[in-house]
Design a protein around this ligand. Sequence first.
Ligand code: FAD
Length: 139
Amino acid sequence: MLIQLTYASRAARVLGPMDIKDILGASRRNNAAAGITGALCLNNGIFLQQLEGDRLAVNALYHRLLADPRHRDTAVLDFAEIAHRRFGNWSMGLIGSVEANRQLFLKYSSSADFDPFSMSVLTLRSFFDEILQNIRWLE
Ligand code: FAD
């Protein structure tokens, strides 16, 4: 059964380029092998990740993520069965600075901060659709 899981978390410390490279490398390697696709966004110390794939495979990854000391306050924001995938592979991108996306953040929340924790499921889905077009994807 194909599902989509969206969660948010906070970086446990300031993450440097090596941390990002390490997450990117492990994710590319493991997600492709497990048939997991999706996107991971980072802005202002907050991660927002959408994962899609087999229900048990996504669950297994989520449990591994919970044990990763590089982030904390991990919370599932949305979990749903999907008819088809939306991502062709797995990727990671950085959302531009708060200032550059002020209008976008304001459109979906009561403040101009990037705060997926406070969004409803419906708002989060629309927000995710729109931020995907504003992301600087990492190679
Ligand atoms: P690793 O410690 O990376 O590697 C274990 C073993 O794999 C090594 O001993 C070695 O034998 C082999 N190995 C290591 N590097 C290579 C290489 N370059 N080529 C071949 N073999 C190698 N992880 C995911 O898998 N998917 C995600 O979507 C994901 N998203 C994340 C999002 C966030 C916000 C954070 C903080 C972490 C994320 N991670 C993700 C990382 C995750 O938490 C684990 O650190 C990671 O999955 C562990 O991977 P691993 O079991 O391969 O262990």
